[in-house]
Design a protein around this ligand. Structure first.
Ligand code: UD1
Length: 430
């Protein structure tokens, strides 16, 4: 089992290039199977979740060729199977996008109930409600969600909760339905807009993505396209927090600064200086971190996927901060690990009450999920001494060459797979 071993207290400095957005790429790859022509997608991150989804796409018979690390060609013309029950697919949340894509295209889909990070109950009732409203029959049997319809017909759907997954999935199911679909209380995340733009590039008729109301007029078929995925705002934000936590000075490049506004605003609140450029953001830490309050909210609010990284930073700030998690109820599992590194954080219901300590001390910790894993790496980069982060397969689901990119900024971090290698690292850095 691989681990990261980190010697902390090196201020991160320099420039880092951000890859394509994982969560946009996953939906776009699924959506690409809806055309019976060749679709070229660029800026796809080379991360585990993407590779698992590509494997599932191949298993149903579609063409899915990696042209290079970040370009993929999909062709849905050769799909022969509507059942996605691949051994690994349950492990990724985004497998549910094949449900919307296959149902929309073939009016039939059977997909294993999704897993993903264990950050709380993650129901898919809103996806199902949307499919049913479009005229599909949906049942759950033997661990599979089975959806089928004679015909899908455009309709008016109100989502009770803002859901990224449900918004994208219903959008995919509706693009080839007969007539007009209106999704109200839609999610406004940049990747919802990216998927809508991508579907538009294949001939779909979608208006309003990025607002609360998305209007779709069904078309008969989708066609070939070439498309580039937007930059990953969460990867970018993670490096911005790593800069802040290590008293560093880092420019994240190839980003859309507008997508990072909530993150930039909070870094400004805690005392960092933020410089925005056309497609880059520079974070300069000023030696001292101030306390603040945050609440995670759907976009344009502060993203839940940045919550653990923010908590790590506030754990070192002056005074008492609070972090309220309003999206997923179980997203503070990493706090026990962080407390082992010296933080003083109490979790009451969905609120973390953080008494800032001056800094952390290195320890052996477990990554409980993807973003919390990245946050523990940040804690290790800021800590006195050596930190070992276990279970880094979670981190590799969503960060491409994470350790390599951090080394490029001056971090002392290595990927190891044995106690012997950890000892060797400890000797080297002592
Ligand atoms: C996506 C992201 C995840 C991010 C989250 C919120 C992917 C693969 N994952 O997850 O990284 O943390 O958005 O930005 O893109 N809900 C329901 N019923 C549903 C669907 C959702 O009650 O049918 C609830 C969820 O439990 C949660 C809230 O709605 O409380 C938001 O979830 P949602 O936006 O759907 O998250 P995901 O699409 O699963």
């Amino acid at each position: 089992m691989e681990q990261y071993v980190i010697k902390g207290k090196q201020p991160l400095k320099g420039e880092v290039e951000i890859g394509g957005a994982k969560n946009a790429a996953l939906a776009i790859l699924a959506a690409a199977t809806m055309a019976n022509e060749s679709v070229l997608i660029e800026n796809i991150p080379n991360v585990q979740d993407v590779n698992v989804l590509l494997e599932a796409i191949r298993e149903i018979g579609a063409g899915a060729d990696r042209l290079d690390d970040h370009s993929v060609r999909i062709n849905g013309a050769s799909i022969t199977d509507y059942r996605v029950d691949h051994e690994y697919i349950k492990k990724i949340r985004a497998s549910y996008y094949l449900l919307g894509a296959l149902l929309g295209k073939y009016k039939k889909a059977e997909v294993a109930l999704p897993g993903g990070c264990a950050i709380g109950a993650r129901p898919i009732d809103l996806h199902i409600k949307g499919f049913r409203a479009l005229g599909a029959e949906v049942v759950i049997e033997h661990g599979l969600i089975k959806a089928s319809a004679e015909k899908l017909t455009g309709t008016h759907i109100y989502l009770d909760k803002v859901s990224v997954g449900a918004t994208i999935n219903i959008m995919m199911a509706a693009v080839m339905a007969t007539g007009k679909t209106i999704i109200e209380n839609a999610a406004k995340e940049p990747h919802v807009v990216d998927v809508a733009n991508f579907l538009g590039s294949m001939g779909a008729n979608i208006r309003g993505a990025g607002t609360d109301v998305i209007r779709i007029v069904g078309v008969e078929k989708l066609h070939a396209s070439e498309y580039t995925v937007i930059p990953d705002q969460i990867e970018a934000g993670t490096f911005m927090f790593a800069a802040a936590a290590t008293n560093g000075d880092v420019t994240v490049k190839n980003v859309i600064p507008k997508h990072l506004e909530a993150t930039s605003a909070k870094l400004h609140d805690v005392g960092c200086t933020i410089h925005e450029y056309d497609d880059a953001v520079r974070v300069v830490a000023n030696g001292k971190l101030k306390h603040t309050q945050i609440t995670t909210l759907p976009y344009p609010g502060f993203p839940t996927d940045m919550q653990p990284q923010m908590t790590v930073l506030l754990g070192m700030a002056d005074g008492t901060s609070t972090v309220t998690e309003s999206i997923f109820e179980n997203r503070f599992k990493y706090v026990d690990e962080l407390n082992r590194m010296g933080s003083e954080i109490k979790v009451e219901s969905n609120i973390a009450i953080i008494s800032g300590v001056g800094g952390y001390t290195g320890a052996v910790v477990n990554a409980p999920d993807l973003r919390a894993g990245a946050a523990l790496v940040i804690a290790g980069l800021a800590a006195e001494g050596v930190t070992v982060v276990d279970d880094i397969h979670y981190i590799e689901r969503g960060y491409e060459r994470f350790d390599e990119k951090l080394r490029g900024l001056g971090a002392v971090i290595e990927k190891v797979s044995s106690e012997k290698e950890i000892q060797k690292f400890r000797l080297k850095v002592s």
